[in-house]
Design a protein around this ligand. Structure first.
Ligand code: TAP
Length: 448
């Protein structure tokens, strides 16, 4: 489909030098916040003018249905640039009342952290680029962005629009390549001040080690194994549709996917059979076919990983109510799968599969569901389906997860922080929360 450069350590060195120079002494250094905001707005406008092209690139590169790229990836990415454009002029410090003996005037400044390395995955390539670049640029950082090797095309096209918008040279440096050849030297680079990573928990831990050399700041958005909890008072059809969307959206290749479905006894059979029935309505095929609602997985490697988990689940004693294997004999398609007869000790319940596979279990009461839901090393997201608003708030308060959706799922907004408890990560994306991870606070104290 396309040939893309395989960046190596020396390309990362050159990109970091450009980003460093531009941050320390280039035009970016002296540009006003208002101008930075205007550039971000211009980039959003350009991306909007090219939204159909971006949607097609995303579908071609990742396999996702074009309709999904049009409805989710592209508008959310554009919105992220617009939202962060507004923040560029609002990065403020405080004045601090002092109690130290004497008279002082003290204030804080919020300054850009500097040169940031940003490493992103393949599941939402353009959106992940926007989540990373927009806040970094709003506060005045410079960036070296490494897209995933499977899906570099939309980031490269975005790079062209960044130039067209008029961002000074060296502000955004996109280096395509592999994690080992380009990602690792970026994470370890002594002239990089911060690394922002989205991807697997396993690689997240490697990033931490690589960052230790110069103790660069680190933010991590990692894997998940989200509990999606259905209480028996919920309208069953709404719960079924919600549970199916929570796991099957984007072929299940979503870090916050509702991959553990817990249903209160009394409606368990109805809900899981309903989700299994729902899979028959999912049309699998090319992302460019308008009737298709589920595309292929991203790669051969991902296909092996997901089908490997399906075999493992069966060998552990799980039963499939729907799906359970590869779909067809060519391409990277997997049947949307509902596994029952599962328990907390199974690897399919404990590990992130990152495919269209949900594991379902019944529960008795609130105490049991809280203990099951929180029995995981992850803590990215969770879902609750109930008409009882008081129960919903009580459960939400006790879930160890960065995002809790009640009677909805996979709802994202540039203003709503997103990130993980426990091994799902450090720091938050989006909202004003993300600005903290791209800025340093400087205290200035003046004796009067
Ligand atoms: P990762 O290996 O975590 O890849 C994410 C990004 O990190 C890619 O750009 C990758 O480069 C890069 N990378 C890999 N090794 C690196 C290293 N040593 N130093 C610096 N950067 C490195 O994810 P994957 O291989 O694409 O997928 C593996 C599993 O991770 C999936 O099956 C899924 O479970 C999980 N995953 C989670 C997420 C989220 S959002 N939580 C996203 C993707 C995957 P390459 O271009 O070489 O891949």
């Amino acid at each position: 489909m396309a040939h893309v450069a395989q960046g190596e350590k020396e390309d990362i060195d050159r990109a970091v030098r450009a980003a460093r120079r531009t941050f320390d002494s280039g035009p970016w250094h002296t540009m006003t916040p208002s101008m930075r905001g205007r550039l971000l707005n211009k980039l959003a406008d350009l991306a909007e003018q090219h939204s159909e092209e971006f949607a097609q690139l995303e579908s071609l590169d990742n396999g996702k249905p074009l309709s999904v790229a049009r409805a989710a990836d592209v508008p959310l990415a554009i919105d992220m640039f617009c939202y962060m454009a507004g923040w560029a002029t609002k990065i403020e410090g405080n004045t601090i009342p002092m109690s130290f003996p004497g008279q002082y005037f003290a204030y804080t400044l919020r300054e850009p952290v500097g040169v940031v390395g940003q490493i992103i995955p393949w599941n939402f390539p353009l959106l992940m680029a926007a989540w990373k670049l927009a806040p970094a640029l709003a506060v005045g950082c410079t960036s070296i962005l490494k897209p995933a090797q499977q899906t570099p095309l939309s980031a490269l096209r975005l790079g062209e629009l960044i130039m067209e918008a008029g961002f000074p040279a060296g502000v955004v440096n996109i280096v395509t390549g592999f994690g080992s050849g380009a990602g690792a030297p970026l994470a370890a680079h002594p002239a990089v001040d911060k690394i922002a990573f989205t991807g697997s928990t396993e690689v997240g831990k490697m990033i931490l080690q690589a960052a230790a050399g110069n103790l660069k700041k680190v933010s991590l958005e990692l894997g998940g194994k989200a509990p999606n909890i259905v209480l028996k008072d919920m309208d069953v059809q709404t719960a079924i549709a919600g549970a199916a969307h929570a796991i099957f959206f984007n072929q299940g290749q979503v870090c916050c996917a509702g991959s553990r479905l817990y249903v209160e006894k009394g409606v368990f059979d109805q809900v899981v059979e309903g989700v299994a029935e729902h899979t028959k309505k999912i049309k699998i095929g090319s992302g460019f076919d308008p009737s298709v609602t589920m595309g292929p997985l991203v790669s051969d490697e991902q296909l092996s990983r997901v089908t490997g988990y399906l075999q493992l689940g069966m060998s552990e004693g799980a039963k499939s109510l729907a799906g359970g294997q590869r779909y067809g004999d060519h391409g990277y398609f997997v049947e949307p799968t509902v596994l029952v007869s599962t328990n907390q000790n199974m690897r399919v319940v404990r590990e992130e599969i990152f495919g269209p596979v949900v594991v379902a279990q019944p529960f008795d009461d609130l105490d049991e569901i809280l203990s099951l839901a929180n029995d995981t090393v992850f803590g990215l997201s969770a879902g609750i389906w109930t008409r009882d608003i008081s129960k919903a708030h009580r459960i939400a308060a006790q879930l160890k997860a960065g995002t809790v959706w009640i009677n909805c799922y996979n709802v994202f907004d540039a203003a709503l922080p997103f990130g993980g408890y426990k091994q799902s990560g450090w720091g938050r994306e989006m909202g004003h929360a993300v600005l903290e991870s791209y800025t340093e606070v400087k205290s200035v104290c003046i004796g009067l």
